[in-house]
Design a protein around this ligand. Structure first.
Ligand SMILES: *[C@@H]1O[C@H](CO)[C@@H](O)[C@H](O)[C@H]1NC(C)=O
Ligand SMILES: *[C@@H]1O[C@H](CO)[C@@H](O)[C@H](O)[C@H]1NC(C)=O
Ligand SMILES: *[C@@H]1O[C@H](CO)[C@@H](O)[C@H](O)[C@H]1NC(C)=O
Length: 735
């Protein structure tokens, strides 16, 4: 169905200085009005229009309504609308510039008047409307939006998320608040964990109706929230709010605005009406004046259960849909569909210990600006809309999992393993013997009765079953740095190293971010090593190594130059075993700074791509470093590396310790004399020069070296922690 502005409309839009790409008709309202008609509104070349569509014939009514107050002019402005009993409730901006926000009712039935928000008092402050949901049980519509919080006027442009309500029975007052809402009230939605910075900007809201038989008060609203502050940029959180909690906040106390000072405060005068209460049409002018001034609830709505249901650090979620799914064990699970800004769809199941991401689907290769996400439970489909088009993704695809292990490890409440057909199938009411363990993901117990084959993603023949076979032989010389590789089994699996009859102490062993294990070859560290992959407690052996001493006498022969290296080697061993602080002994003067830094990066910050210290290849064992051709250095190449590492660590420790000591002493002294010193902002100029220097030093250090080494820098953590705390404290104060 084509509904486009005419050439004349488009020309006028361009003449108003709008970009051509923003002038088409962007649909903002599309709702079933009654059984035969759909009501729709669009931006229509910055001149909003509305019309009726016959839902059977998909024909459009020739006459259109003025769309002002029902639909924004600007396609980038968010708005929301809901139709209840043939009446249209909208929250949008009602002017071309987009600075007159309004919540209103149109198409009012049965001789009722259309309604809007009284705008004399600034009931809304530069809001971004997100969502509107009708709750039949309450006969109320809830609007979700973010806006500037005037009640925190000591912070400029502090944004809060809100829930607001109106009653559908509202017809305004008789003298006061004529044709204006008498039931409007708003409250803050708080998505915050403990004393951390709040995720204060709501991005999307979906409703999860109560389970069958449960009271309406158990209705949950799931929302995606992002943060206004750079600390949390790129992160988003999901919080859920109970209807009962929202109701209780709205029936509590309200703040009052002092008209002269424009300051909000707790109410002190007598309560002459209950703001937010339905049915005030015949109330006294006094009561109506009271509700007109008391519309901001004093309490905030706090999240249900866990403060933060999901926190995503890597991707920013922008839209969500929520569904309750019955698992094979008849238990109900909450499943979230989360769309990220960069075009990924995450399916997550909420479990008592946290959210488990079942799958990640890349929907778009490139980020898409205007998106919507809808879920059809009867069709089992997720629909994703952009200005390019709509696409659908099945809510579940159990045939994706090939084995019982995969099917159970996915922990998808939609899917279970059918031993009869030996397939992962959709859970339905009729099947009872499906193998599924959403809560535990325990493969061994769940797939017990089924002779299951190994999961194909491990690859064939990679799974030794004997408890300790000889394993891959690795020949080393004493004091070499050994690095054993272990490939990951899946995105959620974690690699784990074990030795028979021995623990891997963190003093001797470094488990690197890519799952490999690094250690110095000593008589104590020779022997067997097992790399295990665990996923939800399901363990599989990925690789077995046997580390043996090379039987070459050459490496033991000291020469005049290896003397230096062998002296340094015990130092490097000390560094690995008890932290860099103890290595105060032999300090070679021949250290070069550049290669030492890269060598240290390779060891200490494993996620950065760097040269491998030693690379184990099949059969041959050690490959030499590139560029080290002299037979001498080829014999003991690790000594130089270790030496260089220790030297750098020592230099860094010393350069850290000195300013930190100054920092700690100064902070102690400051705490004694001035207790508020801890709340100094990071880049405040009020600190003493020494303090600034210590801060700068500290910043320099953390930039250059990344995460601290095992066991070292304990004082660095103390000082760092204090500084971080003080930094977090400041923006948090208003909450
Ligand atoms: C639905 O609404 C349209 C527009 O107001 C009206 O013409 C039509 O008769 C209505 N249909 C029913 C079944 O009420
Ligand atoms: C207000 O009062 C009049 C007369 O008492 C009554 O007819 C009317 O239904 C009342 N309106 C509402 C909304 O209660
Ligand atoms: C489900 O997954 C299987 C295996 O990856 C694939 O062949 C099939 O097309 C998928 N089904 C749907 C509906 O996407």
């Amino acid at each position: 169905l084509d509904w486009s502005p005419s050439e004349k409309d488009l020309d006028q839009c361009s003449m108003k200085g709008k970009r051509k790409a923003d002038c088409p008709n962007f649909i903002r309202v599309l709702q079933f009005l009654n059984t035969t008609h759909i009501y729709t509104c669009g931006t229509f070349a910055f001149s909003p229009r509305c019309t009726y569509i016959h839902s059977d014939t998909l024909t459009m009514s020739p006459n259109t309504d003025e769309g002002r107050g029902r639909c924004p002019y600007d396609p980038y402005q968010r708005s929301t609308a809901v139709i209840v009993d043939g009446e249209l409730y909208t929250a949008t901006v009602a002017d071309y510039r987009g600075n007159r926000p309004v919540i209103s009712r149109h198409l009012s039935e049965g001789g009722r008047v259309d309604m809007k928000l009284d705008d004399t008092l600034g009931w809304l402050e530069d809001p971004t409307f997100i969502s509107s949901i009708f709750i039949p049980h309450e006969e109320k519509i809830f609007f979700f939006f973010s806006e500037v919080a005037r009640e925190y006027n000591f912070i400029d442009k502090f944004i809060v998320s809100r829930v607001s309500q109106i009653c559908i029975s509202d017809v305004g007052g008789q003298r006061t608040l004529q044709r204006r809402w008498t039931t409007f009230a708003k409250a803050q939605l708080l998505c915050q964990a403990g004393s951390e910075l709040p995720y204060n900007v709501v991005q999307d809201i979906d409703i999860l109706p109560p389970a069958e038989g449960a009271p309406a008060d158990d209705t949950l609203f799931y929302g995606i929230f992002t943060s206004q502050w750079a600390v949390n940029s790129g992160r988003s959180a999901v919080c859920s709010f109970r209807l009962a909690e929202i109701k209780s906040v709205f029936s509590g106390n309200y703040k009052v605005l002092n008209r002269d000072t424009l300051q909000w405060s707790a109410r002190i005068q007598e309560k002459v009406a209950n703001p937010g209460e339905c049915g005030l049409h015949n109330a006294s002018d006094n009561a109506l004046r009271f509700v007109k001034e008391n519309f901001l609830a004093e309490d905030s709505v706090h999240p249900a259960g866990k403060p933060l249901t999901v926190v995503s650090a890597e991707r920013t979620y922008s839209r969500l849909m929520v569904q309750r799914v019955q698992g094979a064990n008849r238990k109900f699970y909450t499943v979230l569909f989360l769309l990220t800004e960069d075009g990924y769809l995450h399916k997550a199941v909420l479990l008592p210990l946290g959210a488990h991401i079942i799958e990640e689907v890349q929907v778009f290769e490139l980020p898409q600006p205007i998106k919507s996400l809808k879920l059809s439970v009867p069709k089992g489909m997720v629909y994703i809309g952009t200005s390019e088009g709509v696409l659908r993704v099945p809510a579940s695809n159990c045939s994706f999992y090939w084995t019982c292990g995969q099917c159970v490890l996915a922990r998808d409440p939609f899917c279970g393993w059918d031993p009869g057909s030996r397939a992962c199938v959709e859970v339905s009411g009729t099947q009872s013997s499906l193998a599924q363990d959403v809560d535990g993901g325990n493969v061994e117990e769940t797939c017990n009765s089924i002779s299951f084959t190994h999961r194909t993603r491990f690859g064939p023949n990679k799974l030794p079953t004997a408890s300790c076979p000889p394993g891959k032989l690795v020949s080393v010389s004493l004091n070499e740095v050994v690095r054993l590789q272990c490939p990951a089994a899946s995105q959620l699996s974690r690699q784990l190293w074990e030795r028979p009859n021995s623990r891997l102490s963190s003093d001797l062993y470094l488990e690197l971010g890519d799952g490999s294990l690094s250690f110095v070859a000593t008589p104590a560290t020779l022997g067997h090593y097992l790399c295990l992959s665990t996923e939800n407690g399901y363990r599989q052996t990925i690789a077995i190594y046997q580390v043996k001493q090379k039987s070459s006498p050459l490496t033991q022969t000291p020469t005049s130059r290896t003397q230096l290296h062998t002296r340094a080697a015990p130092t490097s061993h000390t560094a690995a075993s008890s932290g860099p602080h103890t290595s105060t002994g032999s300090w070679p003067e021949t250290t070069e700074t550049k290669p030492s830094l890269s060598a240290m990066n390779t060891q200490v910050t494993p996620r950065q791509p760097g040269r491998n210290l030693t690379l184990w290849t099949k059969g041959s064992g050690l490959r030499e470093f590139p560029g080290e051709e002299s037979p001498l250095s080829a014999r003991c190449p690790n000594y130089l590396k270790e030496l260089v590492v220790v030297s750098v660590l020592l230099v860094l420790c010393l350069s850290l310790l000195i300013p930190l000591t100054v920092c700690v002493i100064r902070q102690r002294w400051q705490r004694k004399t001035a207790p508020q010193a801890g709340t100094l902002p990071r880049d405040s100029n009020r600190g003493t020069p020494e303090e600034q220097e210590a801060l700068n030093e500290n910043e320099f250090f953390s930039q250059r070296t990344g995460p601290p080494v095992h066991g070292g820098h304990s004082s660095g953590l103390v000082c760092n922690g204090t500084l971080t705390d003080s930094r977090q404290h400041l923006p948090n104060t208003p909450i």
